[in-house]
Design a protein around this ligand. Structure first.
Ligand code: ZN
Length: 162
């Protein structure tokens, strides 16, 4: 089935190919929704997003998006770019995929690829998730010897990276 939408070149807007309307609403982009047609793209499933900000709070902010079963890179980029936006330039920083153990199962986590280099604050909850699997297999290792996560991190509710 061919898509009923396309993204603009900067991945910040979605164009409905049924009616031609372009929406810059980030919720429409994430959910593949056209307010004029009042329709979602049909062939997608909802995916929960766990957004971890680098702060003292360990609880993630919950989000939601709609994705194909095996999303292409542009699909992931349109959903994830806003979370990795650098306020000064309003451009999305490159994100990097890592496999993690979350809720005792393998999950995909996306982190800021240059967060450490750009001196973003350390993300304690994301760092704990990132290290959990390694430490479960190597319980004698010192956690601080392992890499840490800097900046925001997003875990998807199901596997989206293939
Ligand atoms: Zn439409």
């Amino acid at each position: 089935m061919s898509r009923t939408y396309e993204f603009t070149k900067d991945y910040r807007a979605i164009k409905c190919l049924r009616c031609g309307r372009t929406s810059h609403n980030s919720n429409d982009v994430r959910m593949k929704f056209c307010g004029a047609c009042k329709m979602h793209e049909g062939d997608l499933t909802e995916v929960r997003l766990y957004v971890f900000a680098p702060s003292a709070f360990s609880q993630p902010v919950l989000g939601c998006c709609r994705l194909p079963r095996t999303p292409a890179y542009d699909e992931l980029r349109a959903v994830l770019d806003p979370y990795f936006e650098r306020p000064r330039t309003r451009t999305g920083a490159p994100f990097e995929h890592v496999s993690v153990l979350f809720h005792d199962a393998p999950h995909d986590m996306f982190v800021d690829e240059t967060g450490a280099h750009d001196q973003l604050p350390r993300n304690e909850p994301a760092t704990a998730i990132y290290r959990a699997f390694w430490l479960s297999v190597h319980p004698d290792e010192a956690p601080e010897e392992l890499p840490a996560i800097y900046g925001p991190a997003v875990v998807t509710g199901r596997r989206v990276w293939f």
